[in-house]
Design a protein around this ligand. Structure first.
Ligand SMILES: C[S@@+](CC[C@H](N)C(=O)[O-])C[C@H]1O[C@@H](n2cnc3c(N)ncnc32)[C@H](O)[C@@H]1O
Length: 356
């Protein structure tokens, strides 16, 4: 039957962004490949794009000009018909095995499946398990294809919508995120103070930042104290600046000094040296950028800073680029991304001007 067959596809990808930033993410991709065309939105924030250049050429460009709002990309190299109400693993496996030539022998892999829309009669783990078993069973010289779901070097991505399955293979680092669709989820801890903690954890992982293990951190806009809690967990003493109250659970921690004032005031009278500087203040992104720059003057030589830039609806791209331009004048931008845990904001990692 013709329509049960897997069909090869050339020069397509699926990209993912926050639903409110989908158009901006599309423009970012089109600035790298001006002849790229949107084929369709598969779901809010998830688009299928026809490229005019190869996947390799696009990802090469992307390393030089990393997007901010585009959170995840994966190539589409094969299409297979899929139905929500029947699990047809043989069909998917047949499509996956047609991609074996794209997998690098000896390098670890994992399968990352996304099921878009509701009411699937099977789960993404059913697909992941079946396809990875199928691939791992192939005898590929010299070292086979080891399965590593935690830290794979390459990924077979499968994006399924009603009627269609899109599969492709890529190096994990080319996908912009090691997680399917960039959806980095963390388990909620009982002691968690705010959801903002997830943003910090996600940023530290994505931007490859390391907490120094000891030293002093500055947390601007710290209340209710989620980021301060994470800093304390990593052994840093914290100056938490915020006119608002910190969570009562932080009140008796001698490693936290609560400066109950505006950051503008605090920065004028303080001259400590910080190993880490965080800023999650709810304020105009450009003002916040200026305050971060003032704080970075007191950053230790190998220290790093991390901040969120709050972006107004309708002007997200413009305000982000103005704030990033300000930051770039006096600091090194180590990374900037709208994280999975960011809503109307992006997160920026910074270091001293001239540093990495
Ligand atoms: C999103 S919350 C921070 C959440 C925090 N990162 C956490 O993990 O719990 C934003 C905070 O910025 C603070 N803020 C806004 N403007 C400020 C300013 N000028 N100086 C200090 N804090 C400010 C607000 O009081 C608010 O508590």
């Amino acid at each position: 039957m013709h329509d049960s067959q897997a069909t090869s596809i050339d020069r397509q990808l699926i990209f993912t962004a926050d639903a409110d930033a989908a158009q901006i993410a599309l423009s970012e991709l089109q600035s790298l490949d001006p002849y790229a065309e949107l084929i369709e939105w598969l779901a809010p924030g998830i688009g299928r794009l026809a490229l005019s250049m190869s996947w390799g050429a696009l990802t090469h460009q992307m390393r030089r000009h990393p997007p901010v709002f585009c959170r995840h990309i994966c190539p589409v190299q094969v299409h297979v018909p899929v139905q929500k109400h029947i699990f047809e693993p043989e069909r998917l496996a047949h499509a996956a095995l047609s991609l074996l030539p794209h997998l690098r022998a000896g390098q670890s892999f994992s399968v990352q499946t996304r099921l878009l829309g509701e009411d699937w009669s099977f789960g993404r783990y059913d697909v992941n398990t079946r396809l990875s078993e199928e691939i791992a069973a192939q005898e590929i010289a010299p070292h086979g294809l080891p399965l590593d779901v935690r830290n794979p070097q390459q990924v077979l991505s499968a994006v399924l919508v009603e009627g269609h399955g899109y599969l492709g293979v890529s190096r994990t680092r080319d996908n912009l995120s090691a997680w399917a669709g960039g959806e980095r989820r963390f388990r909620r801890e009982k002691e968690q103070i705010s959801r903002a903690e997830f943003k910090l954890l996600e940023a530290v992982e994505l931007f490859d930042l390391t907490f120094p293990g000891e030293g002093l951190a500055l947390d601007l806009g710290a209340a209710p104290g989620g980021w301060t809690r994470v800093l304390r967990q990593h052994g840093l003493r914290v100056i938490a600046v915020d006119p608002a109250d910190l969570d009562a659970r932080l009140a008796h921690d001698p490693g936290i000094e609560h400066a109950r004032e505006l950051a503008q005031n605090y920065l004028q009278h303080n001259d400590a040296r910080y190993d880490v500087i965080l800023n999650d203040m709810r304020m105009d992104a450009r003002d916040s950028a200026r305050l971060t720059l003032a704080a970075i003057e007191r950053l230790a030589p190998h220290g790093w800073a991390l901040m969120t830039l709050k972006l107004p609806e309708g002007q997200m791209a413009q305000v982000a680029s103005e704030a990033l331009a300000l930051l770039g004048q006096h600091a090194t931008i180590r990374g900037a991304r709208q994280l999975f845990h960011n809503r109307s904001e992006i997160t920026v990692a910074l270091g001293h001007k001239g540093g990495r």
